[in-house]
Ligand binder design. Structure first.
Ligand SMILES: N[C@@H](CCC(=O)N[C@@H](CS)C(=O)NCC(=O)O)C(=O)O
Length: 208
């Protein structure tokens, strides 16, 4: 039986879509990308897929699923349940979940919002995004000192969930130089054999 085609609705510069694409690549699953820029996301057809109007959305056969972290869990449970991406042992499973929360919480409200302000003109509180970024990056840097990956001694979905917006933090004016353990971890994720980068945007010039 041929495998149903997986469609990922996203855009090239969405870190939320990028993390899902990394999982599709990690699992070696065939997929196609359906571009969903802002005007498409406002359409009735797209709202039928996700009433929140957000990307990413995954379609796999009859299944339509929104939310990047939920999609990552689905893909691993459905296609690679015995893999190390989402371990079953209670402590590691909880650690992965913790980093999902950080990805959707501090990483979203820090580096991701800072990038949206700097690159896409989002009207939001840049000082707050900077404060949250510094707090989460300091925390990650301490956590990663002496560790290779976020939730286990091998890569898990936690790393893929947090990677994109941390790697692209400088595009929001958030420097990564003060965080050597974070930079080493980013390099480790980038060295994974399936890794595909998200296109870089220009780094904003900081006022002197
Ligand atoms: N919790 C969602 C957040 C997704 C999200 O914020 N997507 C952005 C693009 S990166 C979006 O579609 N924004 C449009 C909007 O919120 O109206 C997830 O993890 O998928």
């Amino acid at each position: 039986m041929s495998q149903p085609e997986i469609t990922l609705h996203g855009t090239p510069l969405s870190g939320h879509a990028h993390r899902v694409e990394l999982v599709l690549l990690a699992l070696g699953l065939p997929y196609r990308i359906e571009a969903a820029p802002a005007d498409v996301r406002r359409s009735e057809a797209f709202r039928a897929l996700n009433p929140l109007g957000q990307i990413p959305v995954l379609q796999d056969g009859d299944l339509t699923l929104a939310d990047s972290n939920a999609i990552m869990v689905y893909l691993v449970k459905r296609y690679a349940p015995d893999s190390d991406w989402l371990p079953n042992d209670p402590v590691t499973a909880a650690q992965v979940q913790r980093w999902f929360s950080i990805a959707a919480g501090e990483v979203m409200h820090g580096p991701s919002i800072a990038r949206l302000i700097a690159q896409f003109g989002l009207k939001d509180d840049a000082a707050r995004a900077e404060r949250i970024s510094e707090r989460v990056l300091s925390f990650m840097d301490g956590h990663l000192a002496g560790r290779s990956y976020l939730a286990a001694d091998h890569p898990t979905l936690a790393d893929l969930a947090c990677y994109s917006y941390v790697a692209h933090a400088p595009e929001g004016g958030i420097p990564l130089e003060p965080y050597p353990a974070v930079r080493a971890w980013l390099a480790r994720v980038e060295a994974l054999p399936f890794f595909k980068p998200m296109p870089r945007s220009p780094i904003p010039v900081r006022a002197a």
